[in-house]
Design a protein around this ligand. Structure first.
Ligand code: HEC
Ligand code: HEC
Length: 338
């Protein structure tokens, strides 16, 4: 399936999630991995399934701390996504709130009106304006791609970047950069985790199914899957990580590994809140961080600006990535001073 047809398929939304499930099947992953120079772990790329937490499309839905109500068709409208908490952010420029038909989906559809995004995409709130503009250029030229080809979220920025004008990119960058970063994930060290299924490109807890050993992975998902599907920008996600991850991650972030990896804090700042054009890592979704480290490592993210990161990841194992992502995500993300 070509990149553009994958995106077109996803445009029709919940009805075709069965197709997505096929695309994200273990066999597909194995095929995609075989071609890569580095063993990309498939747990970092959760897929989606046919069943939805929201069965009734005519009913109005609500989320906590919001007076708004929306039906399912309104929630999945790529050109007018729900804004549950309008007082929680400044006024959205048109490209963020509506995008432009037919191919430029509203940025807020995926990154949410307050820019906190979701684990399968990215937090944009508080990123440096020029960094955002540079990433759009990288997605456009395909110098930035998903480290696992065929993973639907990883391919969603290319059509956006191809369609957006320079003025639209500039206004979106100004908007997201000016937003306050609010904590969006809680990191929990655990030996056992609730049993989950892959749904909506995150891990959704299966009620009453008990727990299982975490193994060597991060299990990140919503405490309430319906709120994820409703695109609630006021929810805090949960990320389970193996015991000892945060301590090990702190050591990598602050002193480097025993190989030639430079300590992360040298460039990302002592509190990992970013420096100049170098983006913040503190408080960000840990699976997003792992996917980016994998992207630098596999060369899927290969712009000139990312050269310093190529050297950093060269000696990082997947276990190191889990640890450093867990540490960074667990750090307080104070709003960037602007
Ligand atoms: C259909 C969903 C979708 C839409 C619509 C969308 N994005 Fe994204 N965006 C993503 C995903 C998924 C990623 C993560 C890609 C990856 O892992 O490399 C991402 C990543 C980004 C990043 C990189 C963040 C970082 O920290 O490096 C920027 C910047 C960005 N998007 C800006 C935008 C802007 C601006 C718009 C609107 C013009 C937009 N996006 C619309 C899904 C979307
Ligand atoms: C020598 C400087 C340097 C060091 C050391 C460094 N980084 Fe980076 N990092 C960068 C730069 C520059 C970028 C932005 C790349 C770009 O513009 O595409 C970046 C980007 C990233 C990103 C992508 C963020 C996003 O928003 O998509 C992650 C994740 C990351 N670094 C993690 C780390 C971790 C973890 C470490 C330590 C193991 C580390 N970095 C050490 C310079 C550095």
């Amino acid at each position: 399936m070509s990149r553009s047809s994958a995106i077109n398929t996803s445009m029709t939304g919940l009805r075709v999630i069965g197709v997505l499930a096929v695309m994200c099947s273990p066999m597909q992953d194995a095929g995609a991995q075989a071609a890569l120079p580095f063993d990309v772990p498939s747990w970092a790329f959760p897929g989606s399934q046919t069943d939805s937490a929201i069965a009734d499309s005519s009913r109005f839905h609500r989320v906590p701390n919001s007076g708004a109500r929306f039906t399912l068709p309104q929630v999945v409208d790529r050109f007018a996504p729900p804004d549950w908490h309008p007082s929680g952010h400044s006024s959205m420029p048109d490209v963020v709130a509506h995008g432009r038909k037919p191919n430029l989906f509203a940025c807020a559809y995926c990154h949410l009106p307050n820019g906190m995004g979701r684990p399968e995409n990215a937090t944009l709130a508080g990123l440096p304006e020029d960094y955002i503009i540079a990433q759009l250029a990288a997605f456009r030229s395909s110098a930035r791609r998903a480290p696992l080809p065929g993973w639907i979220p990883g391919n969603s920025m290319h059509p956006v970047a191809m369609s957006a004008t320079e003025a639209e990119v500039a206004s979106a960058a100004r908007y997201f950069s000016g937003l306050r970063f609010t904590p969006g994930v809680r990191v929990i060290e655990a030996a056992r985790v609730p049993r989950t299924r892959q749904a909506g490109f995150v891990y959704a807890r299966i009620a009453g199914a008990g727990t299982e050993p975490i193994g060597s992975r991060i299990v990140e998902g919503p405490p309430d899957f319906e709120r994820h599907e409703l695109r609630d920008d006021g929810m805090t996600y949960l990320a389970y990580v193996p015991h000892g991850s945060i301590k090990r991650g702190r050591s990598i972030a602050t002193t480097g590994t025993n190989g030639p990896t430079t300590a992360c804090v040298t460039c990302h700042g002592t509190t990992l809140l970013g420096m100049g054009l170098i983006p913040p890592l503190a408080g960000r979704y840990p699976t997003y961080i792992v996917r980016q480290l994998l992207a630098f490592k596999t060369g899927a993210r290969s712009t000139a600006a990312s050269q310093p990161m190529q050297a950093v990841v060269a000696r990082l194992s997947v276990e190191d990535m889990i640890a450093v992502a867990a540490y960074a995500a667990s750090q307080p993300a104070a709003p960037r001073s602007r």
